[in-house]
Design a protein around this ligand. Structure first.
Ligand SMILES: NC(=O)c1ccc[n+]([C@@H]2O[C@H](COP(=O)([O-])OP(=O)(O)OC[C@H]3O[C@@H](n4cnc5c(N)ncnc54)[C@H](OP(=O)(O)O)[C@@H]3O)[C@@H](O)[C@H]2O)c1
Length: 303
């Protein structure tokens, strides 16, 4: 079973982890730092980021560095600002971990008018990755790891007429759609990178069932009932392992999708995910999503 002790030395590597002030992202950032990377904790609340950095420094024994990066994925203007600031400090980026996420919030929209889960979980990361692609291209074998979810297999395609809350809100459906979009994005980015002869790898991961703040919108009593359905749930350090494997293991290939190896991929240690649906591999849907995302974000990847 693969653990963080199996990670290679990351001294000199530059990493960004979005949503790293807590949960899976926090443990991902901590492990990358402990392996020697310079890690930017990219999140929306400066105070929470500083506290996370203090917690990592208090328990971690890293030789890399930890930096604050203010990033609100619910604002495309802010995403661009974050990327511009990052580019003034770094000339290359080795690891971009698209981890931040929101699950079943009350119906709400991003600053740009998109349903919040689609906007944050997918569209903000689409724009961020595009803005940072020139820096990824400057690194030797850079990787983009995008967090999806087992929920992605429940999505029945992407309804392009309902990405701005045009239809009655179904929180779980929109979460599943956003996480399907993350898998499609990973695959399509990988294809486009390969076509261009790029050395950058695009990979997906999911943390099975991990107890984190992600469940914050589920009332406590309902949450206990929900979690009781599972024999076991993971703690964030373990939930971070599929991401860390995808980000660092030398055997990883572009387009791979990793999750825990237990039954139904709820808990366990990193392995190739068996989660697969026709929508995840539908080339027409992937092209449509890509073109939609480029048009609404104004980010053109390969100009
Ligand atoms: N936990 C699970 O069982 C599970 C299962 C499948 C997939 N996942 C995926 O794993 C990833 C990590 O989730 P987690 O479980 O670690 O959840 P979490 O503890 O709630 O962490 C989510 C992170 O995303 C940040 N975030 C939310 N909205 C943001 C925004 N607009 N801009 C920037 N950052 C934002 C949060 O910041 P704040 O603290 O400021 O809100 C937090 O740092 C997510 O993509 C999630 O969908 C988790």
């Amino acid at each position: 079973m693969w653990k963080t002790k199996d990670m290679p030395d990351l001294s000199g590597k530059v990493a960004i982890v979005t949503g790293a002030n807590t949960g899976v992202g926090f443990e991902t950032a901590k492990a990358l730092y402990e392996a020697g990377a310079s890690v930017t904790i990219a999140a929306r609340d400066k105070q929470k980021i500083k506290q996370a950095i203090e917690r990592i420094r208090a328990t971690g024994s890293g030789t890399g560095s930890l930096e604050v990066g203010i990033l609100d994925l619910a604002s495309l203007t802010n995403v661009r600002h974050f990327a511009d600031q990052f580019k003034t400090r770094y000339e290359r980026l080795d690891l971009l971990i698209n981890n931040a996420g929101v699950m079943i919030p009350p119906a709400s929209k991003t600053e740009d008018g998109f349903e919040l889960q689609f906007g944050v979980n997918f569209l903000g990361h689409f724009a961020l990755t595009g803005f940072l692609l020139p820096l990824l291209e400057k690194a030797a074998r850079a990787r983009v790891v995008t967090l999806s979810s087992g929920a992605a297999i429940r999505a029945e395609g992407i309804d392009f007429d309902n990405l701005k809350l045009e239809k009655p809100y179904d929180a779980w459906r929109e979460y599943a759609v956003s996480k399907l979009a993350d898998v499609i994005f990973t695959n399509e980015l990988n294809r486009r990178l390969q076509e261009k002869g790029s050395g950058v790898l695009s990979v997906a991961a999911h943390p099975g069932v991990t107890r984190t703040d992600l469940q914050r919108h589920i009332p406590n009593d309902e949450l206990e009932v929900l979690l009781a359905q599972f024999d076991n749930v993971m703690e964030p350090w373990q939930g971070a392992l599929p991401t860390l494997f995808a980000a660092t293991d030398p055997t990883v290939k572009g387009g791979d999708f990793y999750g825990p190896d237990g039954e139904h991929e709820y808990v366990g240690y990193p392995a190739l995910s068996k989660h697969s649906t026709a929508y995840m591999h539908d080339r027409r849907l992937a092209t449509d999503l890509w073109e939609y995302a480029e048009s609404v974000t104004g980010v053109n990847y390969f100009q």
